[in-house]
Design a protein around this ligand. Sequence first.
Ligand code: B12
Length: 210
Amino acid sequence: MDNELVKAIAELDEGKTLYLVRKRIEAGATPLEIVEDCRRGVEIVGQNYSNGTYFLSDLVMSEEILRKVMEILEPHFPPIEKSGGAKVIIGTIEGDIHDLGKNIVAYMLRSAGFDVIDLGVDVEPKAFVDAIVKTGARIVGISVLLTFAIGAIKKTVDLIKKAGLRDKVKIIIGGYPVNEKVLEYTGADYFENDVMKAVELVKKISAGEA
Ligand code: B12
């Protein structure tokens, strides 16, 4: 059934996608398992866009379907705990407006009790530095989906260094193009694309274990 959902999204079949999502929820699947299948489905949409089979309007369509999926899933996500945990700054890097993945990470961190300061999308490097100074947060999450926006992450890390804050914060990057090489290039501390692993990582960092 997994593949059926991946396929329905890849084919931008909204009706079938929403039907399968409801069916899987009823069958006891967790919202994150469903999100992961959706992510795999839109990855194919992205590939089809890259190879010219799909157009920008199809990317927009995939966003609309994902939003509707999220509306179905929302009541099934774990509830937001009363905050009181460590502060975590999160944002999508300058030049990039993709936010569906970032929003899921922010939500899951909140539901784990962290105090998430979401700077939104297209966040300029200086805004991350200003937020660290203003909030005293010691963990920063940066989301990136566009390859050409990776440079702005490096700029952000450099600016954090320049402000004398580098050894005070741990920087985690996440998003479609991140990998070991991107981590090395940007100078961030960690990369993670699995939401639950990201939450575990943040827990470890805030407990001084990472
Ligand atoms: C939906 C979509 C859009 C939507 C975005 C809607 C929105 N509000 O986010 C719209 C239609 C607006 C869009 C626009 C564009 N897009 Co677009 N888009 C996508 C698509 C199909 C899906 C992205 C998505 O939402 N995935 C689902 C979420 C749940 O997954 P995720 O984002 O990867 O997040 C997960 C993890 O990565 C991780 N994560 C994410 N962030 C973070 C942060 C932290 C701290 C951590 C720990 C983890 C983490 O956790 C998430 C949960 O699993 C991707 C294809 C793909 N392969 O990703 C292309 C894709 C990203 N887009 C692409 C492009 C080219 C564009 C445009 C430039 C197109 C254009 N010509 O205008 C514009 C860019 C606009 C801009 N300046 O940003 C390319 C990028 C190629 C590249 N190498 O740079 C892709 C890869 C498609 C492709 N293969 O060509 N897009």
